[in-house]
Design a protein around this ligand. Structure first.
Ligand code: MTE
Length: 317
C-alpha cells in the first residue's frame, strides 16, 4: 500500500492495482489446491486467545444488509507488514508466531494502569459478534464478522484521567519471529496507531479477538487487534501489546513514514483522494470485477459524524 516515491519502500499505484488482481489469481489457485487436498480451505493459525467463544451476535450490528466476505479470502488476503509485504505471503510467514500467552499493558494517563493476560481480560469483559464493513486505503473492501468487545469496556476498567486526550496502540516488536521487521529495518517498528479519546470510546470501536466465530488467526492479528470500521484499514492495528493514554497526538507508523499520504484521522472519505489514487469507489474482495461507490465514513456517519464537526471535510485524510 502506502508508500512514497523515490524511497526504498516506494510502490507505484500501478503496482497496488495489479497486485490485487495478481493476488486474487494466486489466492484462487491456492484455495483450489487446498480444497482438493483438504475438502475445505481455512488457513487457521496456531492457538490464539480462546476465551469467550462461542460469542453471541449483537443484533444491533448484525449486518442485515451486508453479505460477509468468504472466510477463506479474509484469512488469506492480508496486510501485515511485520510478516510479509505480499498479501498472500502473510499466512505462511505468520503461522508459527506464538500468540498465547499474550499480555496487554495499559499505561499512561489512567487511574488503574494494568497488565492483562488477554484470555483473562476476555473473561472479565466477554465477547460478542458484530458484522462490519472494512475498507482499506488501497480501495478494496470486505465485510467481516468480528468477535470481540467494545474498547469502551476497557476504558471503563482502567479509567482514563481528564488529561487523556489520545490513545496510542503499539504492536509487537520481535524481528526473530517477524521477517518483515528484518527486511524493512527503515520502518519505525513497532507498528503504532492512535485514536482520540472520543473515537476510542465510540460504540463502534472494537478490540477483536476473533473472526467468523473463531479465535483470531495469526494473519488477521492474533490474539487481539483494533477494529475501527469508519476509518481506513491501516488504523486497525493488529497484535497489540500496549495501549497508552496520553495528552499528545501519537505519531503512527504510516503517518511518520509518509505524512503526505497518511493522516492521523484517516476516516473513509470518497471526497478526498489518496495522492496516488481515487477513493471514490472500491473493489469488493471476492467479486473483483465489481466496484461500488465508497460511502462517507464507510457508511457509519450516524454513529460518528458528530466527532468531526470541527474538521474540514475537504482536507482531512
Ligand atoms: N497491524 C499491524 N500490526 N501491521 C500491519 O501491517 N496493516 C494494516 C492493518 N493493521 C497492519 C496492521 C492494514 S494496511 C490493513 S488494510 C489491515 O490491517 C488489514 O487487515 P486484514 O489483513 O485482517 O484484512
Amino acid at each position: 500500500m502506502l508508500i512514497k516515491r523515490n524511497q526504498r519502500w516506494e510502490m507505484p499505484e500501478s503496482e497496488v492495482t495489479s497486485e490485487n488482481i495478481y493476488c486474487q489469481r494466486r489466492t484462487l489457485l491456492k484455495a483450489a489446491g487446498y480444497t482438493l487436498a483438504l475438502g475445505t480451505f481455512s488457513p487457521l493459525s496456531a492457538i490464539a486467545a480462546t476465551a469467550g467463544f462461542p460469542s453471541q451476535l449483537n443484533s444491533s450490528y448484525n449486518g442485515k444488509d451486508l453479505t460477509p466476505t468468504k472466510e477463506n479470502l479474509v484469512t488469506s488476503y492480508n496486510n501485515f507488514y511485520e510478516f510479509s509485504f505480499d498479501k498472500d505471503g502473510v499466512v505462511s510467514k505468520a503461522k508459527d508466531f506464538k500468540t498465547e500467552p499474550w499480555t496487554l499493558k495499559i499505561t499512561g494517563m489512567v487511574q488503574n494502569p494494568q497488565t492483562f493476560d488477554v484470555n483473562e481480560l476476555v473473561k472479565k469483559v466477554g465477547i460478542e459478534q458484530r458484522i462490519y464493513r472494512f475498507r482499506c486505503v488501497e480501495a478494496w473492501s470486505m465485510v467481516v464478522p468480528w468477535d470481540g468487545f467494545p474498547l469502551k469496556k476497557l476504558l471503563d476498567l482502567v479509567q482514563p484521567t481528564s488529561q487523556a486526550k489520545y490513545v496510542k496502540f503499539v504492536a509487537f516488536n520481535d524481528p526473530e519471529s517477524a521477517p518483515g521487521q528484518v527486511i524493512a529495518p527503515h520502518y519505525p517498528w513497532p507498528y503504532t496507531e492512535g485514536l482520540t479519546i472520543e473515537e476510542a470510546a465510540n460504540e463502534l470501536t472494537l478490540l477483536a479477538t476473533g473472526i467468523y466465530g473463531k479465535p483470531m488467526p495469526n494473519q488477521n492479528g492474533a490474539p487481539i487487534r483494533l477494529v475501527v470500521p469508519w476509518k481506513y484499514g491501516f488504523k486497525s492495528i493488529k497484535s497489540i501489546t500496549k495501549i497508552e493514554f496520553t495528552d499528545k497526538m501519537p505519531p503512527t507508523l504510516w503517518n511518520t513514514t509518509a505524512p503526505s499520504e497518511y493522516g492521523f484521522y484517516a476516516n473513509v472519505n470518497p471526497e478526498v483522494d489518496h495522492p496516488r489514487w481515487s477513493q471514490k469507489s472500491e473493489k469488493i474482495v471476492g467479486s473483483w470485477f465489481q466496484r461500488k461507490p465508497t460511502v462517507q465514513f464507510n457508511g457509519y456517519g450516524t454513529e460518528v459524524a458528530h466527532l468531526y464537526k470541527k474538521l474540514d471535510l475537504s482536507k482531512w485524510y
